[in-house]
Structure formats: structure tokens, C-alpha cells
Design a protein around this ligand. Structure first.
Ligand SMILES: Cc1cc2nc3c(=O)[nH]c(=O)nc-3n(C[C@H](O)[C@H](O)[C@H](O)COP(=O)(O)OP(=O)(O)OC[C@H]3O[C@@H](n4cnc5c(N)ncnc54)[C@H](O)[C@@H]3O)c2cc1C
Length: 504
């Protein structure tokens, strides 16, 4: 055999073995446990389960690592009171919630309308929005002459920002939101202007205008700020909307498996299997993975998708995405010293944009509840603070509030580390960040590819929603889409299988 022939022979041999290996890897080598395996019981997973169930596809299992359903909707007990360490607001945005309804955020409907007959009717506080800003907000700035913080009327700056921001999203030839703002002559050259910008932009996207791509931000801009928001204070927890969705499943114990940590997913041409910690392998005809972008990025880096590999477009879409950082710090003080009639109190910092910029009274909205405030931080500040000890966070918060409210009576500010609570989603292995946003690395094609199925594995979750990414209603719509796609596809196969019939 000459060298050329030998090369050709080796090449054909290589092709033959690649084909054999690929074929044997893609057929389903195992018995299936359910028609659909849903990975994750956050909003997207629970919604997908509900949709399958409602259409008569009852053979599914939801595999959830945590001991409860809810995902990034989670309440914990703090000082005898339930606080929401994840999502808290229903961004109602009437008439502005995109394709599904002209009127309401679907989560609002779930929370209020008792759609699934389990009396959920969540308690909470309405916050009215006017011209883009919450009506009951106050903005404080440091008055150098008086040497103290004072409330300022910021409506002119607010209107100016909103008008220029709207133009920025329409300005062609720009990459970042910052460039768009610059081109429309928005100059955040004072601490007050920086604060207004933070309250409108960073507080929503958990990123700065400099870090956000204008095109996707424009698509995603109806996340917030309709005419009303609703802050959930219900002591049963916000996640009761999701519990309600599955309450009348019948044998839901069998279908929703909590404490079930999925450690890898295998893709075959005829099924999707998963390795479950301590339980071995489970397989379904289809899979829906609802893990956050942070988790998917981690899975790609650690080769946890096995069998037929994910397409380059999917890998690019996931790795080009980003999870924003948004830290909610709850602090209990001995007494109320803040303004409880304002839903939000914003205050400037002369040296650092985004340094503890906002306070929300939490407990005070319920009679008999302890005096708790919520201080929220985003982006680099959230990252910095999550690396501090609780004692250091306590010292920073106390110093900030002492200055804001000019407090001389130290007993008002005397708290211990136990009086502070926050959940760092960015280091929690089942989330690795708070919610997705629109980094400059991400394109509209990437966004579309995020939601594309890979064979029999469907992808769902808040990040897959172009219009409502980063929200609960985005996750809900995405769960609905994935389940509907599977129902349509499975309908084509139903003649060959012995499942109950269902209609889409
Ligand atoms: C601090 C914070 C504040 C927010 N505020 C708001 C708000 O006010 N309003 C709003 O609309 N949205 C808000 N959001 C966003 C909202 O919470 C999310 O968009 C939404 O809950 C995401 O739902 P999901 O189903 O896509 O993902 P998730 O809720 O992340 O669900 C995925 C599930 O997969 C599970 N999982 C992950 N890995 C594994 C594994 N290996 N094995 C098994 N299970 C696994 C997770 O435990 C989780 O339950 C907030 C988020 C955060 C973090």
C-alpha cells in the first residue's frame, strides 16, 4: 500500500468507527421511566408540568435538586417572618406583556385569579408607576451646606432620563446602552443623576448601561414599569403560586421528585437520560432542562451533557449569555427609623455609584411584623459584598444608614450579625447567579438558539424569553412554550405508542 492509499484507508476506517460509535451512542439503550423528564422545579419546570398535565400527557417526572419547588422564588424565615430572598415583585405591566395577553402578566393572574382553585390569592402591596418611576419613591442627596442627607424633588431629572433612555434604545449604530445614552446627551455627571440611572437601569437588569447591549435591551425593555407592580408579602410565600399549580395533579408525589440532584444528562436519538445522585439513571422519551444560564455554563465547562453532544450554536448561545448579580440584604433593627410611607428610599453616594443605593421597608407593611429593611445592590457591588463577612456587611449598612438619617442615638443602630440575612445565589451551585441579562457578547441569534431543542432535549427557563428574560413571567412563558412543542411533536408519535391521547 502506498502512503496515499494508506491514508485513505485509515480515513475510511475512522469514518466507519465514528459512524458506528455515533449510532450506538444515539439509540436509546435503556428502558424509559416517563414520557417526559423535566429537569428543575422552578417556575419554568412547574409550568411545563402543568401544561403537559392539562393536555393529558400524564407520564412525566420533574427532578429537582432542592427540597422544595420554586427555584429562584424562595421564602425563608427571618426573625419569625417570611422573607422572599429571590423574586418578590410581579411586574404587572398591563398591556405590555407581549404575545400571550394584552392585559395581564400571567403571574398576576395566577396570584390573584385563583386559576387552579386552591385559594392562593397572594397578599402584597401595590406600587404605582408613573412615567417610568414608582410614585412612592423618595430620592435623597447629601446637602453639603447642611452637612446631611435631604430629600430632593427629582421629577425633572427622571423625565429627562426616561426620554433620553427611550431614544437611546432606538438609536442605530450603537453597541452598548451607554453609547446610546451618550448619543442622546444623557450625562450622569452628578451623584443624583447616577442614582436615577441606577434606579431605572441597574435595578432592573442587574448590570450597568456600559455592560448591556442596546439591541437586546430594547427587545427586553418591557420587563418592568407598566402602571403597577405588586410586591408579595404573603406569609405563605410567593412560591405558593407554583404549589397551587401542581396541587391538584393527583399523584403529584410521584411526579415531582425533590432532593433529586441530576449530575449529567445524556442525549440519544430516541430518548434523554439523566444520572441522578444516589439513584442511578432515569430516562424519558423527551427532556426539558430548565436550569439557569449559570448552571448550564457550568455544565458545559464540566462536560455534563453526554451522548450526542450539544450543537456549537447552543454552546455559543449559552456561553455568550450572562447571569446578573443582584443581592437582597435584609436587616432587622430594634425600631423603625426610616420612612415607611415610601416604597423605596434611594440615596446618593458621592464616591461610588451603586453603593447601597436603595432601602425598602419590608415588615412594616404588615401589622405586628418586625422592623425589617431590604437593601439591594447589583453588579460589582453585589459581587464585592458577597465576599465580605456578615460582620463587615453589618458595619457598612449601619454606617450608611447612620449618615442617611443623621442618627446620633446609637441604640437605634445596635444590631448583631443575626439581624442580617441574605442568600448568595451566585455561589449556590444550582443557580450560579441571579437572573440573565443582556451582555455585549450576546446576539439575537444566540437568544433564539438558547430556546432551540437539541434532538429530544428542550431548553426552557427565564433566559430563553427574549421579551421577558430575567423575570418569573419570562420563565412561565418559556415553560409553556417547551411543553407545547413537546405535545405537538409527541402527537405525531402517538399512533406508535400507548399513551393517553391529548390535544394541543
Ligand atoms: C434575588 C432575585 C430577585 C428577583 N426578583 C424578581 C422579581 O422581583 N420579579 C420577577 O419577575 N423575577 C425576579 N427574579 C427572577 C426570577 O426569580 C427568575 O427569572 C425565575 O424564578 C426563574 O425561573 P426558572 O424556572 O427559569 O429557573 P429556576 O427558578 O432557577 O429553576 C431551575 C430549577 O432547577 C434546579 N436545578 C438546578 N440544577 C439542578 C440539578 N443539577 N439537578 C436538579 N435540579 C437542579 C434549581 O434548584 C431550580 O429549582 C429574581 C431573581 C433573583 C435571584
Amino acid at each position: 500500500m502506498d502512503i496515499d492509499m494508506e491514508h485513505r484507508f485509515l480515513f475510511l476506517l475512522f469514518l466507519f468507527f465514528s459512524f458506528v460509535l455515533k449510532e450506538s451512542a444515539s439509540k436509546c439503550p435503556y428502558r424509559t421511566d416517563a414520557e417526559v423528564l423535566i429537569f428543575g422545579a422552578g417556575t419554568a419546570g412547574v409550568t411545563a408540568a402543568r401544561v403537559l398535565n392539562d393536555h393529558g400527557l400524564n407520564s412525566f417526572k420533574v427532578l429537582e435538586a432542592h427540597d422544595k419547588i420554586g427555584g429562584r422564588i424562595r421564602n425563608i424565615t427571618f426573625k419569625g417572618f417570611q422573607i422572599e430572598v429571590g423574586a418578590n415583585w410581579i411586574h404587572e405591566a398591563p398591556g405590555n406583556t407581549g404575545s400571550r395577553s394584552d392585559n395581564d402578566n400571567p403571574i398576576w393572574t395566577l396570584a390573584r385569579d385563583n386559576q387552579y382553585r386552591c385559594d392562593v390569592d397572594l397578599e402584597g402591596v401595590d406600587v404605582l408607576i408613573s412615567g417610568g418611576f414608582t410614585e412612592s419613591s423618595i430620592f435623597m442627596d447629601f446637602n453639603n451646606q447642611a452637612q446631611q442627607y435631604e430629600t430632593f424633588n427629582t421629577s425633572e431629572i427622571e423625565m429627562d432620563y426616561i426620554a433620553k433612555y427611550k431614544e437611546a434604545l432606538k438609536t442605530n449604530g450603537t453597541n452598548t446602552v451607554r453609547q446610546g445614552l451618550n448619543m442622546n446627551n444623557w450625562r450622569p455627571d452628578s451623584p443624583l443623576k447616577q442614582l436615577i440611572e441606577w434606579s431605572e437601569f441597574d435595578f432592573t437588569y442587574a448590570a450597568t448601561p456600559n455592560e448591556s447591549v442596546v439591541s437586546l435591551t430594547a427587545e427586553n425593555d418591557n420587563v418592568n414599569f407598566g402602571e403597577r407592580c405588586f410586591i408579595v408579602t404573603d406569609q405563605r410565600g410567593f412560591a405558593s403560586v407554583l404549589r397551587c399549580m401542581i396541587a391538584n395533579f393527583g399523584d403529584h408525589q410521584d411526579k415531582i421528585l425533590t432532593n433529586t440532584n441530576v449530575t449529567s444528562i445524556e442525549l440519544y436519538s430516541e430518548c434523554v437520560c439523566a444520572e441522578v445522585m444516589g439513584q442511578g439513571r432515569m430516562c424519558g422519551d423527551y427532556g426539558i432542562v430548565t436550569f439557569s444560564i449559570g448552571v448550564l455554563q457550568n455544565w458545559i465547562a464540566n462536560n455534563k451533557f453526554k451522548g450526542t453532544s450539544l450543537s456549537p450554536a447552543k454552546i455559543r448561545a449559552i456561553t455568550n449569555s450572562r447571569m446578573g448579580l443582584y443581592l437582597k440584604i435584609f436587616v432587622k433593627f430594634p425600631n423603625v427609623f426610616w420612612n415607611i410611607s415610601a416604597s423605596y428610599t434611594y440615596a446618593t453616594n458621592s464616591t461610588k455609584r451603586g453603593y447601597y443605593p436603595v432601602l425598602q421597608p419590608i415588615g412594616a407593611s404588615l401589622p405586628g411584623s418586625p422592623p425589617i429593611v431590604l437593601m439591594s445592590v447589583t453588579g460589582d457591588e453585589a459581587m464585592r459584598i458577597s465576599h465580605l463577612s456578615k460582620g463587615e456587611v453589618r458595619q457598612e449598612v449601619v454606617a450608611v444608614l447612620r449618615q442617611w438619617y443623621n442618627i446620633e442615638n446609637e441604640s437605634l443602630l445596635t444590631i448583631t450579625n443575626d439581624d442580617i440575612e441574605y442568600h448568595d445565589w451566585s455561589t449556590d451551585e444550582f443557580f450560579l447567579g441571579m437572573f440573565s441579562n443582556n451582555p455585549t457578547t450576546l446576539t439575537i441569534d444566540d437568544k433564539r438558539n438558547l430556546a432551540m431543542p437539541e434532538g429530544r432535549l428542550y431548553f426552557s427557563g427565564e433566559a430563553n424569553s427574549i421579551e421577558h428574560g430575567g423575570t418569573i413571567h419570562g420563565a412561565y412563558c418559556s415553560g409553556m412554550d417547551a411543553a407545547t412543542e413537546i405535545l405537538k411533536r409527541a402527537q405525531g408519535e402517538i399512533l406508535h405508542k400507548n399513551y393517553s391521547s391529548y390535544m394541543v
